[in-house]
Design a protein around this ligand. Sequence first.
Ligand code: PLP
Length: 464
Amino acid sequence: MSAMDFDLPGLLQARRGLGYELHARYLNPQLPRMLHAIGFDQVYDRAEGAYLYDRDGNRYADFLAGFGVFAAGRNHPVIRKALHDVLDAGLADWVQFDCGLLPGLLAEKLLARAPGLDRAYFCNSGTEAVEAALKFARYATGRRRILYCDHAFHGLTVGSLSVNGSAEFRTGFDPLLPDGRIPLGDLDALERELRAGDVAALIVEPVQGKGVHIAPPGFLAAARELLHSHGALLICDEVQTGFGRTGRFFAYQHDDAEPDIVTVAKALSGGYVPVGAALAKGWIFEKVYSSMDRVLVHDSTFGSGAAAMAAGLATLAVMDDEKLAENAARTGEALQGALQEMVDRYELLAEVRGRGLMIGIEFGKPKSLKLRTRWNMLQAARRGLFAQMVVAALFRRHRILTQVAGDHMEVIKLLPPLIIGDAEVKMFREAFVEVMEDASRGSGLMWDFGRTLVTQALRTSQRG
Ligand SMILES: Cc1ncc(COP(=O)(O)O)c(C=O)c1O
């Protein structure tokens, strides 16, 4: 076969449905195992807007949005056209020794939305944006230690892992970078750490992805003051919360905080081309890139690629045109309000929290004996199984895709595309009521599935 015969549509058709088998054989084998265990082993054929479609044409509401990638929905026509256009333009991409136009245009547009920040560094993922932020902060301050918060998640490369607030990700990868952990919102703990005089920065998610914990009002602004008074910087990680997710372009803008460095990724991709960026104050860039000798001191071969830049520019245009941040604020309030009303109605429901369209639903120990027995059975096997049971029921019975908000927590997270409206709020509310009614009866298929999860959890833990 010559390369001219290469036929992607033909290949997809010929090997249709074999993705799970190939993953089991050649990629991370735990992924297909896990998806099978929780009943998520679906084959999707196509996607549009806030919906996925399987090969029988069934529709699934996507309240996960690729972990927050699809702010503008899937396969958006404007972003798609921009990508066709950039390919058709036949640009001289990644010359490396030139200054292309597209990165300049995207930096200009991004920085216009981040008053106080002056320069952008483009890379290829969220964790790379965080790595850049950590290096910039350390070099600019001449200090080594980075502070982070309990439950923090900033990516899984070694620098980002050093500021991860959960043992399950860190264990076995020591030694990591010198660090210090504080509870989210604890200014006293921050001050105690700063007194050592060796802190370069605090990195913080304004709303944490794991567990959907929100920085208390005023914390970011006060932390920045405290950090600056000790010669340290504030890094806001907006990889998940940026691009209107919480109802403002950046989540730190709810708090009138002015960070020194901001990281973005996910939604900037338009759902097509991996990309990340670290935005920072001018003086930080001037220190890091202080002379021509240091021009490549922090860089990446694939940074600033034309397709990624085009996707970013198109995404920003769609965000403005469709007022996605405003929609996230309005629809998020409606969705949270609908869920909030249920907290008093269902004893298994402990709390609903979030900002815009980043919402956490936390479950808690019920009072009645019958439910408590079942709850305890799940807890004894593994914390988080009840939330997994709800996620599975939403998926299997209502075709709504959600996720548990982190390991060992009874929280589910809603992270839909920012284009959803009243119809999706109604759909989710009705589905969630049905699931909670069923769970509250303490019998039936749902708890049977819970027992299956317990068996699997025990088997997994026995295997170590
Ligand atoms: C706040 C935050 N920072 C960083 C990352 C890492 O991004 P990536 O998976 O693109 O490396 C994530 C990913 O979920 C994130 O939520």
